[in-house]
Design a protein around this ligand. Structure first.
Ligand SMILES: Cc1ncc(COP(=O)(O)O)c(C=O)c1O
Length: 411
């Protein structure tokens, strides 16, 4: 390939290592039963935790928004892309989260890049959990701040690193609320206590906690009984996505009004990108209503996740305990994990292998997720497929380190 020396060899290397990826083609609504590449499957790999992505009320809200505002938002929020619908969504999110203000961006990736690269710069230090999502890692890289990666969910290690950075202009701690590949919850009360001692701000990425954790589905802070904006405490900024439990796409940042106004003025992913489309915003607005009005979805989700996790552990798979619908079945190396995924595929269970760079080498896994829309029979069939696979192949744990100290998304 002219001008791209070495690309063919690199591609070959990825293929040989079992790390080449191909797209799968979905041909149905994103419910618990899907048609992929012409075959029917039980889906246990999506982030549609509350089963809202196929909800007729959200689809209707999207259609209504298109009727009123057209298909495209036609420009960035600061030029021609800001409709009454965008502002209504931001007000609705702020009310739901119990925050002073909120802003909406087109994706969670952009929201994390916006936070890290706008609030931190040269002379500042970002403290980042080693299992943070790749979008946080990329935001850190783009910020030009110094990045200190602390041990996963370890406030003591964080404190040690904060103590070494007392001279920094700003200190910002960034953590996933619910870790995307492991499903465990960040120890937010402890992180906030450390932040208070060292005058650091805290950013929590609640992509997988929003809509799922807490009585009203507000996320990780509510799960721990922490106020959205703790009185007299360190700045706590909340990022969340509209693409997972909310069943749409896009993301929000919620927090004190001056911080949100500053981000609207300075965050490049907000300023230099077209506003989310009316369909997206209309559907998301309805989704936030349903997250609040239908708490039974969270209870159902919790119940199904608890049952499936317990059953997989009983079968002998390496599955850590946890309170979320993300159930990591840690297998180990690439080939073995691909073999488990293939076996599940034969059983009609859609649960692809998760490999580097998404997770560290040696900790490849099947990331099982359940949704409130799964039936008891779906859960039983998923469990039965794993049981047959376990009887034939078995799984074993493993862990590895790659990249800059961050362990995920460093490829
Ligand atoms: C923890 C976390 N943060 C951010 C994102 C990015 O969100 P989005 O898919 O909306 O870009 C994801 C997943 O995609 C995620 O898992």
């Amino acid at each position: 390939m002219i001008g791209l020396a070495g690309l063919r060899e690199e591609m070959e290397g990825l293929r040989k290592a079992g790390l080449w990826r191909t797209l799968r083609r979905f041909e149905s609504l994103p419910g618990p039963r899907v048609v992929v590449d012409g075959r029917e499957y039980i889906l246990c790999a999506s982030n549609n935790y509350l089963g809202l992505a196929e909800d007729p009320r959200l689809r209707e809200a999207a259609v209504e928004a298109v009727r009123r505002f057209g298909t495209g938002s036609t420009g960035s929020r600061l030029i021609t892309g800001n409709t009454v619908l965008h502002e209504a969504l931001e007000e609705r999110i702020a009310r739901w989260k119990g925050a002073e203000a909120a802003m909406v961006l087109a994706t969670g990736y952009m929201a994390n890049v916006a936070i890290a690269s706008t609030l931190a710069g040269r002379g500042d230090v970002i403290f980042s959990d080693e299992l943070n999502h790749a979008s946080i890692i990329d935001g850190c890289r783009m910020s030009r701040a110094e990045v200190r990666v602390y041990r996963h969910a370890d406030p003591r290690d964080l404190e040690r690193r904060l103590a070494e950075a007392r001279g920094a202009r700003r200190r910002i701690i960034i953590t996933d609320g619910v870790f995307s590949m492991d499903g465990d919850v960040a120890p937010l009360p402890d992180l906030l206590a450390v932040a208070r001692r060292y005058e650091a701000a805290v950013v929590v990425d609640d992509a997988h906690g929003g809509g799922v954790l807490g009585e009203r589905g507000r996320g990780t802070a509510e799960y721990f009984g922490i106020e959205t904006e703790p009185e007299g405490g360190p700045l706590l900024l909340h990022m969340g996505t509209l693409s997972k439990a909310a069943g749409v796409e896009g993301a929000y940042i919620a927090g004190p009004r001056p911080v949100i106004a500053y981000l609207q003025n300075r965050a490049r992913p907000f300023i230099f990108s077209t506003a989310p489309s009316p369909a997206t915003v209309g559907a998301a607005l309805r989704a936030i209503d349903l997250i609040e009005e239908e708490p039974w979805r969270r209870r159902r989700l919790e119940d199904l996740a608890r049952r499936l996790r317990a059953e997989l552990r009983r079968q002998g798979w390496n599955v850590p305990e946890g309170p979320t619908p993300i159930i990591p079945v840690i297998v180990g190396d690439v080939e073995e994990t691909l073999a488990v995924a293939r076996r599940l595929d034969e059983e009609g269970v859609f649960a692809p292998a998760i490999r580097p760079p998404t997770v560290p080498a040696g900790s490849c896994r099947i990331r099982v997720t359940v949704t409130a829309a799964h039936s008891d029979e779906d859960i039983a069939r998923i469990a039965a497929a794993f049981e047959r696979c376990r009887a034939e192949k078995g799984g074993r744990p493993g862990a590895g380190m790659v990249g800059d100290g961050h362990r995920y998304g460093c490829g």
